[in-house]
Design a protein around this ligand. Structure first.
Ligand code: NAP
Length: 288
């Protein structure tokens, strides 16, 4: 039976370090890192995610500001605001909460965030730097995934890593990060011919598909490290909220074969915000 990788406990450890560092900064320099978030429209999931970011930033001693735009706001007004924040020396990190309402040109808006404040690591130059092994902000979910893998195995050299999903925010950057650790990588997607066979050979599996329990426990190689990124809301009338959250991997069965596995919830999810604050601290230090 494999061990659970407790992402929540790992994230709490990171928060503890961040709190200590912000406390010392306040003492020594009289200032602390400042994170800003731009939100447009009224997506309910975005609201929840932004609230968590605000709560975590504040409880870990950082300054936080939120800039809200209605869904009928102009793209120009958002871009103007980002340019203003880019010039504001008191703000160290800036993210645009995604997804934006469809009418906006998401790429154009995200690309306006200056490279030094791009704590979500989504700017094309941040991604280019990642590809070239140069220092950059690594986007938060992939960075969190790497911390969790390294928490159970330090040397990943030569391991076969299979990443299912090729999104810009998870699958592609995780692949590059695992390649950097000298893994042999296979990236799978909806056109992959025999997903089961690919997964059966994986020493490390990262599942980022968005389909509840799509990856069967019997597909997991004995001793594999399994990172389940999926967050899928599935109707369940027996629960108070009327739903439950499942990952992309059949957790209970996969745990029997895996050496280590992340649960959903409580695995990758809590790491994402912790890495955002870590990036904001890094931005602050670089800007001093
Ligand atoms: P996405 O942009 O929707 O991409 C999904 C990927 O899965 C695509 O590359 C798609 O292939 C692939 N896919 C879909 N069906 C497949 C199948 N039957 N077989 C193999 N591959 C298949 O997703 P995402 O934004 O990366 O998110 C993935 C999941 O992670 C979601 O559940 C999301 O909620 C979750 N997530 C969690 C966090 C966190 O903090 N924990 C952060 C981000 C995302 P094609 O490219 O061929 O379409």
């Amino acid at each position: 039976m494999g061990k659970e990788i407790n992402g929540k406990a790992y994230a709490d450890k990171i928060y503890l370090e961040i709190r200590e560092k912000t406390r010392r900064l306040k003492q020594k320099k009289g200032k602390v890192p400042h994170l800003s978030v731009i939100v447009a429209g009224d997506d309910p999931a975005s609201k929840i995610y932004v609230n968590i970011k605000e709560k975590r930033a504040k409880e870990n001693g950082m300054d936080f500001s939120l800039f809200r735009f209605k869904k009928d706001a102009s793209e120009k007004s958002i871009i103007e605001k980002i340019k203003k924040i880019n010039k504001n020396k008191k703000i160290n990190g800036l993210i645009v909460q995604l997804p934006l309402p469809k009418k906006f040109n998401e790429k154009k808006i995200v690309n306006t965030v200056s490279l030094e404040k791009d704590v979500d690591g989504l700017h094309p130059a941040s991604i280019g730097a990642l590809l070239r092994n140069e220092d950059s902000f690594i986007s938060c979910t992939p960075a969190g995934i790497m911390e969790l893998i390294r928490s159970v195995k330090k040397d990943l050299s030569g391991m076969k890593a299979v990443i299912v999903g090729r999104s810009n925010i998870v699958g592609k950057p995780v692949s590059i990060l695992l390649l950097k650790e000298h893994c042999t990588i296979t990236i799978c997607h909806s056109r992959t011919r025999n997903l089961k066979n690919e997964i059966k050979n994986a020493d490390i599996l990262v599942a980022a598909i968005g389909r509840p329990e799509f990856i069967k426990g019997s597909w997991i190689k004995k001793g594999a490290i399994v990172i389940d990124v999926g967050i899928n809301r599935v109707e369940d009338k027996s629960r108070p909220k009327g739903y439950r959250i499942l990952g992309d991997v059949e957790y209970k069965k996969a745990k029997k074969n895996a050496s280590h596995i992340t649960p959903v919830p409580g695995g990758v999810g809590p790491m994402t915000v912790a890495m955002l604050l870590k990036n904001t601290l890094k931005a602050f230090n670089q800007q001093q």
